[in-house]
Design a protein around this ligand. Structure first.
Ligand SMILES: [Fe+2]
Length: 268
């Protein structure tokens, strides 16, 4: 397997590796690259739905998303579908998948199925790089905070609404600075789609610092941008990166298949 870094801070393209029917050793090597780079891109992968599931199961249990329509006959695989008449795009805000769950998803494994003629890239931002470059003073403040994450924006069925203030859906509390469960790297863990407020602070009190962190932690120096081609597979670690689906292909259809692999409760 060859590894080519996409930027100095985040992302790598893996080549000379095939995920379909791969061995446990290969799956482990891909996972190690994922933990090092936060997001990995694999081109020209011929993955059937069965292959997609089999690869994910090398890493753990599949976390079935309760908000997406599944692929017919494959409940483990979510369809991330945009239709030509849709005005907003799912994922069109910086976020980490499933951060509202008590044990947020470890990895998301996305397979490109039908692509628009242009557009529809995904941006990723390294939250380990973001943490590393904070001042010692703000690091110390954030390390003593936890924040609530809520699925309210999905539960309302209104994708225009990014954050609900009244927590009617599932809400979970996580440290603002987490340690990656496998590597121990520290990462910033708040996101604009699901984080509502710091524990012990009001929503209004939390908003200025959260807004600052959202701007700070998604600046270009921490980011890479991935363009899809047919048979591209992109895998990201939800504890290490945030992602953003670029909504620049209105009027065109796009279909991706996504499997999320279960994670574990996050600790400081
Ligand atoms: Fe997402």
């Amino acid at each position: 397997m060859k590894v080519r870094k996409l930027t100095g801070t985040i992302g790598a393209e893996l080549s000379e590796v095939s995920l379909a029917g791969c061995s446990a050793e290969t799956a482990k090597a891909v996972q190690e690259a994922l933990f090092e780079h936060g997001v990995v891109v694999l081109r020209d992968q011929n993955l059937s739905h069965e292959d997609h599931i089999a690869f994910a199961e090398h890493w753990g249990q599949i976390d079935v998303n309760r908000f997406f329509t599944p692929v017919p006959d494959f409940p483990q695989i979510a369809e991330v579908r945009t239709t030509p008449d849709q005005k907003t795009v799912i994922g069109g805000g910086w976020h980490t998948d499933h951060s509202y769950d008590p044990a947020p998803a470890m990895a998301s494994i996305l397979v490109a199925r039908d692509l628009p003629a242009f557009g529809g890239d995904t941006c990723f931002a390294s939250q380990t790089a973001a943490y590393d470059r904070l001042s010692p003073g703000l690091k110390e403040t954030l390390e003593n905070l936890s924040a609530w994450h809520s699925d309210g924006s999905f539960a309302t069925g209104d994708p225009e609404l990014k954050v609900r203030r009244d927590n009617t859906g599932v809400a979970s509390l996580h440290p603002v600075v987490i340690r990656h469960p496998q590597t121990g790297q520290k990462a910033l863990y708040v996101n604009g789609d699901f984080t509502t407020h710091f524990d012990g602070w009001s929503v209004d009190e939390s908003a200025p610092l959260l807004q600052y962190l959202y701007r700070y932690c998604t600046q270009p120096a921490f980011c890479c941008r991935v363009s899809y081609a047919p048979c591209t597979v992109v895998i990201w670690d939800n504890r290490l990166v945030q992602h953003y689906a670029v909504a620049d292909y209105q009027g065109q259809a796009r279909l991706m298949n996504r499997i999320t692999v279960e994670g574990q409760p996050l600790t400081a």
